[in-house]
Design a protein around this ligand. Structure first.
Ligand SMILES: O=P(O)(O)OC[C@H]1O[C@](O)(CO)[C@@H](O)[C@@H]1O
Length: 231
C-alpha cells in the first residue's frame, strides 16, 4: 500500500510517555523517547487541500513504532468524538498502510467492546458514539491514515478517568480493565469490506477525496441506515 512518500510531511505531533501514563495498565510505567507520531492535515495536491477544507475533512498520517510499555503493546491514547450539530457522533475512517492494527472500539459504558483487526490496505470505520484506541501488537512499525471531520476536538476524559480502554492488550493476552464497573465480552473480528462507506480492501481511502462518499463524516445523522448496516 502507498506510504504517501509523495506528500511532504509537516512536523509531527508527538505523544509522550507523560501524556500516555493516565491510560496505561501500569500508570507508573516509564519509556524513553516519543511513543508515536501524528502528521495532520495532509493533502497530495492544492486541489485536494481545497476540497478537504471546503468539506471540513482532515487527512492524517500516523506512525506507531513497535514497543511494549510494562508488558502492554504500543497504542494510541484513545478518545471519543462529540456529537455533530445533527445530534449523532462524528465517525472516523482509518486505513492501515503497513504493519498490523487492532482498532479497539467501545461505547462509553464499555457494554460493547470490539476489536477490529486490520492489515495493509484494510480500512475500518469507527461508528458514531464509539471511542477508539489503535494498538500495534506487532514487532514492526504500524503506519496508518485517517479521514475525519475537522469540526471538533477529541475527548479524552473517559479514557483518562478509567485509566484507558475497557481492555488492555498485553504480551500475555487481553486483560479486562478493572476500573470499569461492567465490561462487555471482547468481540474480535477482521475488518470487513463495506463498499457503501467507500471501504474496499486495497483501495486507498485517499481516493475518496473529491468524491461524494464521505458525507457521513460531517452529517452522520443522514446515514443512520449505513451505520446500522455496519453493526
Ligand atoms: O488522539 P489519540 O487518541 O492519541 O489518537 C491519535 C489519532 O487520532 C487522530 O487524531 C485522528 O482522530 C490521528 O491523528 C491519530 O492517529
Amino acid at each position: 500500500m502507498e506510504l504517501y512518500r509523495d506528500i511532504d510531511l509537516p512536523e509531527p505531533h508527538i505523544r509522550t510517555i507523560g501524556q500516555m501514563r493516565p491510560v496505561l495498565a501500569k500508570a507508573g510505567c516509564n519509556a524513553s523517547g516519543p511513543l508515536y507520531f501524528m502528521y495532520r492535515n495532509l493533502a497530495r495536491t492544492a486541489e485536494d487541500r481545497e476540497w478537504l477544507k471546503a468539506n471540513r475533512i482532515r487527512f492524517d498520517y500516523t506512525v506507531i513504532p513497535p514497543m511494549t510499555l510494562c508488558g502492554e503493546f504500543a497504542k494510541t491514547k484513545g478518545h471519543y468524538h462529540p456529537a455533530a450539530p445533527d445530534g449523532t457522533g462524528y465517525p472516523e475512517l482509518y486505513q492501515v498502510l503497513s504493519g498490523r492494527a487492532e482498532y479497539l472500539l467501545q461505547t462509553p459504558d464499555a457494554s460493547d467492546v470490539i476489536v477490529v483487526l486490520a492489515g495493509p490496505g484494510e480500512a475500518v470505520l469507527v461508528p458514531p458514539g464509539y471511542g477508539h484506541v489503535t494498538i500495534n501488537p506487532a514487532d514492526y512499525e504500524l503506519c496508518m491514515v485517517n479521514l475525519v471531520s475537522e469540526g471538533f476536538e477529541s475527548e479524552y476524559a473517559v479514557y483518562e478517568e478509567f485509566h484507558g480502554a475497557a481492555y488492555y492488550h498485553c504480551t500475555d493476552g487481553w486483560k479486562k480493565n478493572p476500573r470499569y464497573p461492567e465490561v462487555g465480552e471482547l468481540k474480535i473480528h477482521n475488518a470487513p469490506e463495506f463498499p457503501e462507506a467507500g471501504i474496499v480492501h486495497g483501495r486507498e481511502i485517499y481516493d475518496l477525496i473529491g468524491g461524494d462518499a464521505l458525507g457521513y463524516l460531517n452529517h452522520p445523522a443522514d446515514y443512520a441506515d449505513l451505520f446500522r448496516a455496519l453493526k
